[in-house]
Design a protein around this ligand. Structure first.
Ligand SMILES: Cc1ncc(COP(=O)(O)O)c(C=O)c1O
Length: 449
C-alpha cells in the first residue's frame, strides 16, 4: 500500500544537498544505528494502529496523503531542519515560502498580497480575524455551517461573533445575512468556500455586493475548498463564488488539506500588504543576517517548520496550479467521484441523499420512519462498512437542514445521524464501484440486524 519506490531519490538528493557544504572542515554526524533500528521498527509497529488513510477505501474524514514529492522534499529538508521564522534560520526555505505563497495569491487573483504559511487552517483564520479586528474592530459573522474555529477564535480575540443561518444547500442564507446587516453594524463577514461538513460554497459574489452597501470586511475561509477554483466542472453558483475570491480582504487555504502537503501547512493571504503594520514588533534576538523581509516579521507564530515550505514549493514545481494540469485533474476526479456516488445514492430507495455535492463531500442517511431510526441505521451501515474495510465518517445533521432535506422523516429527534464521505483522492473515481459494492453489502447487513 505504501509507496517506497521513490525513496531512492531521497538518497540522491541528499548527496546533492551535501555538496553545498563541501567547503566546511570534515565532520561526520555519527549515529548508533543498532538501537535506532530497533526503536524505528517498534515505531512502525505502533503506527500500524491507524485507519488506512492513503488507501482509496479510506473515504471518511478530510484526510489526503501528501504527494511523494512533498514527502521527500520535507524529509530532505529535515537534514537542515530550517526554521522559517527568520532568514537566520532558513534562508532558502524562506525564499521558497515566498515563491510558493505568491503562486497561491496569483491562483486566487490577488494582484498584491501579503501572506505566509502557518501551522493550520485554525492559525491562518486566527490571523485573518486578528488583522480584521485591527483594521475594523467589531462584530464578525459566519454561517452556521462555517468551521467552529471562527466562533472560537473570536472568543480568543474578544470579538463579538454571530452565526448566520444556512440555507438548504448548507450555504450562508443571504436573506438572513441581510436581516442582520439591517439591524446592526457588522465589521467582518466570513465566507466559507467549501464547508467542512458538506463542501458547500457560500455565495461570495452576493456577499461582496452587500459589502459595497454596508462596508464590512470580507474574509474567505477556503481552507478546504480553495484549490477547487482550478477545476472546470464546478456548478455555476460555486464558479461565480470562486471567480471573485480576488476581491476578498483575506483568504485562508490549507495546503495540508487538498494541496497534497503533510500536516502543518496552512496559508493566510491579505490583499492589502499594509496589514503588515499590525505585526510590527521588536525582537532583540533575531532578524540580523539580512535587511530582507524575515517571515517572522509578518506572522503571529515564531518558530515554524521551513520543511513545510520546501515540500509545498517542490510540489508546485512538479504539479503547477494550472487549469487542466495534473493537479487540477486530480481535484476534478474527486468531484466526479462525489457526483457519481451522490447519483447512485439518490437512485436507491434504501438511502436518503443530502444535497448534490458542490465539491467532493457526500452526505446521506438511511430511509426509515423517523430520524432516530434513520440515525441508528446510518450507524449500523458505518459499522458494517468498517468491518469490510470501507472507512466512512458520521455527521450529525442539524434540525433545519434535516427538515429541508428529508421532510418525510418523523421529527422524533433534534438532528439526524448521517454518513459522510470525503472523496478526496483522485483514485476514488476508479474505486467507486468497489466502494458502492461494500456499501451495498453493509446496507443489507444493517437492514437485517
Ligand atoms: C473550512 C475549514 N476551515 C478551517 C478548518 C480548520 O483547519 P485546521 O484543522 O487545519 O486547523 C477546517 C478543518 O477542517 C475547515 O474545513
Amino acid at each position: 500500500m505504501l509507496d517506497r519506490d521513490t525513496l531512492k531519490y531521497l538518497d540522491e538528493a541528499l548527496g546533492i544537498l551535501e555538496r553545498g557544504f563541501l567547503e566546511l572542515p570534515g565532520f561526520h554526524a555519527s549515529v548508533d544505528t543498532s538501537r535506532l533500528r530497533a526503536v524505528l521498527h517498534d515505531t512502525a509497529r505502533r503506527l500500524q494502529d491507524n485507519f488506512p488513510y492513503p488507501h482509496p477505501l479510506y473515504a471518511g474524514q478530510m484526510l489526503k496523503p501528501p504527494h511523494a514529492v512533498a514527502r521527500l522534499a520535507y524529509m530532505l529538508s529535515m537534514w537542515i531542519n530550517p526554521n522559517n521564522h527568520a532568514l537566520d534560520g532558513g534562508r532558502a526555505s524562506s525564499a521558497m515560502e515566498k515563491e510558493a505563497v505568491a503562486g497561491i495569491a496569483r491562483l486566487f487573483g490577488y494582484r498584491t498580497h501579503l501572506g505566509h504559511l502557518c501551522a493550520s487552517g485554525t492559525i491562518a483564520n486566527l490571523e485573518a480575524l486578528w488583522a480584521a479586528r485591527h483594521t475594523q474592530p467589531g462584530k464578525v459573522l459566519a454561517s452556521s455551517q462555517a468551521h467552529y474555529t471562527h466562533g472560537r477564535m473570536c472568543e480568543v480575540l474578544q470579538s463579538p461573533f454571530t452565526s448566520v443561518t444556512a440555507d438548504a444547500q448548507g450555504r450562508m442564507d443571504m436573506n438572513a445575512l441581510e436581516d442582520i446587516l439591517r439591524r446592526e453594524r457588522v465589521s467582518t463577514v466570513v465566507a466559507t468556500l467549501g464547508t467542512t461538513a458538506l463542501g458547500a460554497v457560500d455565495p461570495l459574489h452576493d456577499i461582496l455586493k452587500l459589502r459595497d452597501r454596508h462596508g464590512f470586511r470580507v474574509h474567505v475561509d477556503a481552507a478546504y475548498g480553495g484549490y477547487f477554483t482550478l477545476i472546470e466542472t464546478l456548478d455555476p453558483d460555486a464558479r461565480a463564488a470562486f471567480d471573485v475570491m480576488g476581491e476578498a480582504d483575506s483568504i485562508v487555504v490549507d495546503p495540508h488539506k487538498h494541496g497534497l502537503q503533510p500536516y502543518g501547512c496552512g496559508c493566510v493571504l491579505f490583499r492589502d500588504p499594509g496589514v503588515g503594520r499590525f505585526y510590527r514588533h521588536d525582537s532583540p534576538y533575531t532578524y540580523f543576517t539580512s535587511g530582507d523581509l524575515h517571515l517572522g516579521e509578518i506572522s503571529l507564530e515564531c518558530s515554524r517548520a521551513g520543511a513545510g515550505a520546501v515540500a509545498l514549493w517542490a510540489t508546485q514545481q512538479l504539479l503547477p496550479m494550472e487549469r487542466g494540469g495534473e493537479f487540477a485533474r486530480g481535484l476534478a476526479a474527486s468531484r466526479q467521484a462525489a457526483l457519481a456516488l451522490h447519483a447512485q445514492l439518490s437512485a436507491d430507495r434504501r438511502y436518503l441523499a443530502g444535497p448534490r455535492p458542490e465539491l467532493d463531500i457526500v452526505v446521506w442517511t438511511l430511509a426509515a420512519r423517523g430520524r432516530a431510526a434513520a440515525g441508528r441505521r446510518a450507524q449500523a451501515v458505518f459499522d458494517a462498512a468498517e468491518k469490510r474495510q470501507l472507512y466512512l465518517a458520521l455527521l450529525r445533521v442539524p434540525d433545519e437542514l434535516a427538515a429541508a432535506w428529508w421532510p418525510a422523516l418523523a421529527r422524533d429527534a433534534d438532528s439526524v445521524m448521517a454518513l459522510r464521505s470525503c472523496l478526496m483522492k483522485p483514485e476514488h473515481a476508479d474505486w467507486l464501484p468497489r466502494i458502492t459494492a461494500i456499501l451495498d453489502t453493509a446496507a443489507r447487513e444493517a437492514a437485517g440486524a
